[in-house]
Design a protein around this ligand. Sequence first.
Ligand SMILES: [Fe+2]
Ligand SMILES: [Fe+2]
Length: 154
Amino acid sequence: MAVEKSDIAVQIEQEHECLKRDMGDIKEDMMQDVTADNFRNWRLEFMWRLRDFKNHLSKHFDVEEEGGFMNEILTEAPEALNQVKKLEAEHTHVLAALDEILDDLKVMEVKDLPNVADIRNRVSGVISTIRAHEAAENDLIQTVYCQEYGYPAS
Ligand SMILES: [Fe+2]
Ligand SMILES: [Fe+2]
């Protein structure tokens, strides 16, 4: 029997779209030209954007973990257990990486301007991880909820 995509799965896919927009904005802010003159303003605004993003992301992870999405997936596809465990571990890893970046940004001074490149690399790394993570979840949702419609490989 075909499994209907649940409200929570739809909500999660919508949040993924929202987070994608957040990440686009972060990249844009991050790549601004940073000079000794605008460093302090840039740093504060970028930190706030990252903090807002981290908060948004934490709530999204709450929905996935506490909102029953992970359990729902496992009920429909128990064979996905390892994949779900890996996704949950990534939540912790991603939030910790963002915290570390925020801690480092917080103590940066104008003299640390050369370290902006390192911050950019680390933020890009986290964004790549999140993109791959969300894509894997979207695939999982498609597999679990749409498998019965079967688009056979041609
Ligand atoms: Fe997730
Ligand atoms: Fe997600």
